[in-house]
Design a protein around this ligand. Structure first.
Ligand code: MV4
Length: 448
């Protein structure tokens, strides 16, 4: 087992990893930027190293600084959390070259999942369902027109170097194709340095349902049920829940098996997530594979009573998994609490938290790095905490969440607590009747 792990991240996830390390008897090293000197991850780690000024590009994304911090502290592994360098092939490779275990995917795996058109081909060849579309990249306009006619409008064009909603466009009819394709290629070239585009059928009003998986160094895999992440705004998830209200026993089995096929196709080691689009007929299609721990891993932990960070560390240390699949026995919901003003287009609201009180009681979990008197720096993402409830049924988990939101006091900044309070009053949400289009018609003012 590792003796000392450096956590190359900040905020709640850095704290989350430190907690598990302590429970496993592993020493921890925090790294922090000058803006984060007062952060709890710095206080709770055994050691802390300042790695640069506030901008991420000069601190949390600066590979030489992080490697130097690992070297001087004698760390034998690095946990990258999510975001920042967690899916950076170069960082994974540099760790390898410096004999530091990267608790995440191998560089080749990150690279193979990073090119979306080739990742899709890999999955299709492995027997994982994919959205009908082009085999590989669009060659030219003539090729695109022919392809779109075969697939049938509406179609979607996606940048092969994109992902997470970046670099994609819907095309409803042939006359839009030329202009949209040219524009999309220009944008992809500017954003990713790669103009390559592929095409697929546009799935209307899909749900975003992802499967948590794990694979060990001996080729054993398991799936750990799903998370429904359809409540999103501009590709930012707001609420996640498990089980999905749309799930059936048969669909869970089919998606679980497909997710394991996806992981096995790239010899995946570690914990990961396979994202699927699910249409109204319960057809499901591979979207992306995430080779990191995700923000929403908490709800899976709650319904299968399993520490996913511990699992990540054990797999990285070469300990085998059992191979048993997990079925959810409870219902869990997570609300992402952001320092944003939900009444003003979710505008960021950094600053000092003047008064703070956390909800508590049975079935409540709160993962956060903030406290009364803490100042949220403007340099990073705006999530300040994750409020999770777990109960026997969805109805109880919702009631518990409403009770917890009402108890949660955060003063001095604007937060998304009022958004969540409004959401849980919505009839469609309460009925579990929502897709990725839900937020387009949701208006917080309707609930005040
Ligand atoms: C799609 C789609 C409809 N049809 N692909 C957005 C993020 C990226 N992972 C894939 N995305 C989509 N791909 C086809 N063929 C609709 C989306 C999409 C979406 C997917 C998941 C969650 C939220 C979304 C919001 C808008 C569009």
């Amino acid at each position: 087992m590792f003796k000392k792990i450096l956590i190359a991240n900040r905020g709640e996830i850095a704290l989350r990893v430190i907690r598990t390390c302590k429970e496993m008897g592993i020493k921890t090293v925090a790294v922090y930027s000058k803006a984060d000197a007062d952060s709890l991850h710095v206080r709770f780690a055994d050691e802390a190293v300042c790695i640069g000024p506030a901008p991420s590009s000069e601190s949390y994304l600066k590979i030489p600084n992080i490697i130097a911090a690992a070297e001087i502290t004698n760390s034998d592994a690095i946990h990258p959390g999510y975001g920042f360098l967690s899916e950076n092939a170069k960082f994974s490779r540099v760790c390898q070259e410096n004999n530091i275990k990267f608790i995440g995917a191998l560089p080749e795996q990150i690279e193979s999942m990073g090119d979306k058109a080739s990742a899709k081909m890999t999955m299709k060849n492995a027997g994982v369902p994919t959205v009908p579309g082009s085999d590989g990249l669009i060659e030219d306009l003539k090729d695109a027109k022919k392809m779109a006619k075969e697939i049938g409008y509406p179609v979607m064009i996606k940048a092969t170097a994109g992902g997470g909603g970046k670099g994609m466009k819907v095309i409803w009819e042939e006359k839009e194709l030329e202009e949209s394709l040219e524009k999309a290629m220009r944008e992809a070239q500017a954003a990713f340095g790669n103009a390559g585009m592929y095409m697929e059928k546009f799935v209307e009003e899909p749900r975003h349902i992802e499967i948590q998986i794990a694979g060990d160094q001996f080729g054993t895999f398991c799936h750990m049920s799903e998370r429904d992440c359809s409540v999103q705004r501009r590709h930012q998830k707001l609420v996640e829940e498990t089980p999905s209200p749309f799930m059936t026993k048969a669909l869970r089995k089919a998606m679980g098996e497909a997710a394991i096929k996806a992981a096995a196709a790239v010899d995946y080691e570690g914990v990961g997530t396979v994202e699927f689009l699910v249409d109204k007929h319960r057809n499901f299609y591979f979207m992306e594979m995430n080779t990191r721990i995700q923000v929403e891993h908490t709800i899976t932990e709650e319904v299968i009573t399993y520490d996913l960070i511990k699992e990540q560390i054990k797999i990285a240390a070469g300990i085998p998994i059992s191979g048993k699949n997990y079925e959810p026995t409870m219902h869990a919901i997570q609300c992402r609490i952001n320092a944003e003003d939900p009444f003003n287009d979710f505008r960021p609201s950094p600053g000092r938290i003047t008064n703070y009180h956390e909800p508590g009681g049975h079935g409540i979990r709160l993962d956060t790095h903030v406290y009364a008197g803490y100042t949220i720096p403007p340099n990073y993402d705006s999530m300040i905490s994750k409020l999770i409830t777990v109960a026997q049924t969805r109805e109880e988990a919702i009631l518990k969440m409403q009770r917890a939101l009402d108890e949660y006091i955060i003063e001095g900044i604007k937060t998304t607590v009022p958004f969540h309070q409004a959401l849980f009053k919505n009839e469609d949400f309460r009925a579990g009747n929502y897709t990725t289009k839900f937020m387009e018609s949701f208006n917080i003012e309707d609930y005040q």
